[in-house]
Ligand binder design. Structure first.
Ligand code: AP5
Ligand code: ZN
Length: 214
């Protein structure tokens, strides 16, 4: 399966991805995670992206298309993939279509994580992540066994620099202006499935499974 997850910041894309990934043996490509890794490693790409990400704006299409193009060449991504956080502009969606056309494949489903903006601040400001694995926790909705510690590795958790109420406003603005048109782009192709992303995580998983088993 070739899947795209689209939704505003905090809608649950990163939370559902590992579950879908395991169930369908797909590779999970999250441009946000890849960019954060580049920022942490201070690569030329990371240095370019850092300021834009901290402001909650989108980095340039060329930059992320380059990352995805490279990542999709991995053997593990040949049978199928989950794109989390990409494409986020119509230009990125068109580029992706071109790439897939060359391989003779196409997107099977776009999962639209539909949720009201008002719920997102609490989700974003309470989020803690284990940066090397991408595992995500929430102080209230998905607390780790020990506060501030990853359940699996015992390593410390951290908060993302863009996870403040202030930066969330810019991220939401970017979502409505630049990313919502991407949902329409795929709706015209008849591949969008809308999910009730405001439900608890387990219920969202059940909805995802319903869509994917069709
Ligand atoms: P990115 O990392 O993609 O961030 P985002 O889209 O803002 O999405 P989030 O990761 O914040 O949300 P999520 O849906 O994954 O939520 P999660 O599951 O963790 O992008 C960051 C930046 O990188 C962008 O701003 C941009 O600068 C740049 N970038 C990335 N891709 C780009 C692209 N293609 N083009 C240009 N720029 C790009 O959940 C959030 C919290 O809620 C967690 O604590 C979780 O435990 C909790 N939670 C999850 N589900 C539920 C639930 N159902 N009920 C209760 N709590 C829940
Ligand atoms: Zn995410």
């Amino acid at each position: 399966k070739r899947l795209i997850l689209i939704g505003p910041p905090g809608s649950g894309k990163g939370t559902q991805s590992p579950i879908i990934k395991d169930e369908y043996c797909l590779c999970h490509l999250a441009t946000g995670d890849m960019l954060r890794a580049a920022v942490a490693a201070k690569t030329p790409l990371g240095i370019k992206a850092k300021e834009t990400m901290e402001k909650g704006e989108l980095v340039s299409d060329d930059l992320v298309v380059g990352i995805i193009d490279e990542a999709m060449k991995k053997p593990s991504c040949q049978k199928g993939f989950i794109l989390d956080g990409f494409p986020r502009t119509v230009a990125q969606a068109e580029k992706l279509d071109e790439m897939l056309q060359k391989q003779g494949t196409k997107i099977d489903k776009v999962l639209d994580f539909a949720i009201d903006d008002s719920i997102l601040e609490e989700r974003i400001t309470g989020r803690w992540i284990h940066s090397s694995s991408g595992r995500t926790y929430h102080t209230k909705f998905a607390p780790p066994k020990v506060h501030g510690i990853d359940d699996v590795t015992g390593e410390p958790l951290m908060q993302r620099k863009d996870d403040t109420a202030e930066v969330l406003k810019s991220r939401l603005q970017a979502f409505h202006k630049q990313t919502e048109p991407v949902i329409d782009y795929y709706r015209n192709k008849g591949v969008v499935a809308k999910l009730p992303a405001e439900k608890p995580p387990k219920e969202v998983t059940v909805e995802v499974q319903k869509v994917l088993s069709k």
